[in-house]
Design a protein around this ligand. Structure first.
Ligand code: FES
Length: 122
């Protein structure tokens, strides 16, 4: 049996991201996605992130950007801890290990008034 989480569909209008159990679930202009919630940089909660103009999920702490279809970090962090600014060498280092530690990508499907999120079949 596959464990799943859900969220009321009316809590996920286009352009929004929210939490469904261990997942950050989002709505990219009607296209639903789900990825694991912990940023690969410093574990910020990606369900509090945003969706940018390219459809990437942006971390709320240091703006790492993720491709929600693959879980890849496509842009690294802009800072660390309480610092927010350019960190070129460090940013590349984080992107390097994030290639190995991609976000898990789940499956988000609307079922009636709910968005149901589950692991993708392997
Ligand atoms: S915790 Fe996500 S970019 Fe730093």
């Amino acid at each position: 049996m596959t464990k799943s989480s859900s969220v009321p569909a009316d809590q996920l209008p286009p352009g929004s991201v929210t939490r469904a159990g261990t997942w950050a679930v989002g709505n990219r202009d009607g296209e639903l996605f789900a990825v694991s919630r912990r940023c690969r940089h410093q574990l910020a909660d990606l369900s509090e992130g945003t969706i940018d103009a390219d459809g990437c999920l942006v971390c709320p702490w240091h703006q790492s950007r993720y491709d929600v279809t693959t879980g890849d970090m496509v842009s690294g962090p802009k800072g660390f801890l309480g610092y927010h600014g350019p960190t070129p060498g460090y940013t590349q280092f984080v992107r390097g290990y994030a290639k190995v530690l991609r976000l898990r990508v789940g499956r988000a499907v609307r079922v009636g008034a709910e968005i149901v999120v589950s692991r993708r079949p392997t």
